[in-house]
Design a protein around this ligand. Sequence first.
Ligand SMILES: [Cu+2]
Length: 295
Amino acid sequence: MHHAPVRLLLELSGRFSIVGPLRHARPPENRILSAARFAAGALVLSAPLLAQPVITPDASREGHRADAVFWYTTVAAGVAFALVVAALTVLLARYRRSRSPKAAYETGAGRGARTLTLALAGLVFVVIDLNLVRMSKRDMDQYLFAFPSGPDVVRVEVMPQQWAWNVRYPGPNGVFGDGDDVVALNEVRVPVSRPVMLNLKSKDVVHSFYVPNFRLKHDANPGFVTRAWFTPTRTGRYEIACSQVCGWAHYLMKGTLIVLPEDEWRAWTSDAEADAARRFDPADREAQWGWTWVP
Ligand SMILES: [Cu+2]
């Protein structure tokens, strides 16, 4: 605390009102009114966010599975959080100082406390965790490892490298790496409504093939082939991003997944195949990175 003359000096200078008794700059507002005003302001500010979809639109037949897990996790964890906050609020109000001025020491070692703790933890484990395990198991069996086969399946080999996506189609004879393959850079073209299967293998470090609109994210490793598949339901252009930090230009590793109507895709394929046949150079070993297809 300052001595009286110093306090007087500070007060007189007018800049340190904190030294004197606190004064309200304006009369205190009605609490309910100010809370309502705050809520209205928050609503107005968040309106642009509420007007658009919460997550990017799903353009695949299988994407709803990932969405279901996402929403289940979000809602279940949200409900659990709300219950904890509600319990905390009730206890705070009930044991407020004016009602119980003397604190009691509770170690929680009693039989009742132990049973309650275990019961609540068990409830969370069964309702949230075990349910997520069940959903994941179902999706792994029905989708993730249920690779499509047959003449309808479009097959693409993708070999990411620092910092680009190399793309390869098997060419007219349907065999990879035999001289008639179509190759592309940073663009994957597929037809709509047909299953597309990918073989992924990295040229250097670990990358990850990520297409948010298809709820598809799969690592590409050096040395072995990983597989992923999806079925596009809507034509359009969708972003491919690398979702493993793979070096300083990781952020530049962007590709485009183009979903075309069947006839347009066929026309593009035959053009690209003719072009590939014209351009093939057996001496260019670097361009012949394809591998034997893993079904
Ligand atoms: Cu990468």
